[in-house]
Design a protein around this ligand. Sequence first.
Ligand code: GLA
Length: 340
Amino acid sequence: MSIGLKDAWKHSFHVGAAVCGKMMNDPEYDALIKKHFSTLTVENGMKFGPVHPEENMYKWDDSDLVANYARKNNMPMRGHVMLWHNQNPSWLFLDNGETVSKNKLYKRLEDHMAEVANRYGDVVYSWDVLNEVIDVDKGDENGFRLSDWYKICGNDVYEFAFKRMREICPKAKLFYNDYNNESGKKMDVSLEFLSRLLDKGVPINGVGIQAHWYYNFPKEEIIVNAIEKYSKLGLEIEFTEVDISIYEWDEKRESSQFFKSRPEERIVKQAETYKNLFRAASTSSAVKNITTWGIADCYTWLDDFPVPKRKNWPLLFDENKKEKPVVGSLIEEGQKRDKK
Ligand code: GLA
């Protein structure tokens, strides 16, 4: 059997995938995972709402299926995610019909973190403690997102979350994860936020660059620059949710303009963007992981989102779970670098 992505790049970083529990029983996914990927992330099942739907009830089925598979196959996991503004349960911010108090919300957060981190602490090596707390367009004057967390607790809760997680899991890597943080104002604000926390001694090990990108973005220099800037702060970098859309964000809102079949010229450009990422990532020992947000184009959150009824083809494997040509190129590139 020819070698897969994870072995071709093992001298540089992990290659991971986001999955859901039901994929663990599918022989085709099983074969792809074993060949190409060395870490797993649960796509939705470990998020606050799905895993903790009622105050006194946890629902572990989906994340247990993935964690048990990971344990059996000696695959470390990324833990995703503790504090985020989305996919929260309705009870979380309420107390007897009123907005919950700050103290009570802190307590709910720390209990939740301890429960989830203790269940998966043996297999998770890095946790997304915070996700997407920066919003440079609609946030406050410092760029903090006006989420329920922020409105009830203020931004001290971000520091608290990292500190508490460090106590709960002393050895895990603790990450701040976000999108669009590889360039522009969002990167500047993220760098400022992270360096402020690091200066105060807040335990943060790394930054997650989600990398929900487009067929024509970004160029290699942009990625290299982001890696340099974050690693100068002493942070590790993981590309946590990579998919390379064949559309720009909400391009072609008119269904008559959607691609009816896979647009091969964009797949060629998409391949270049994947190569830009792997090449840029291999320039720095601070990069520890490249995780794709899904495995094959038969199932991706980008089908029908953000434009309804629009098919997308953003991943490394096609709708039949077969390798796109880029996979072979990436394997070759990784092996070449190994020999240097
Ligand atoms: C964000 C989250 C992920 C996922 C994607 C969309 O990036 O971090 O967990 O929900 O959105 O699927």
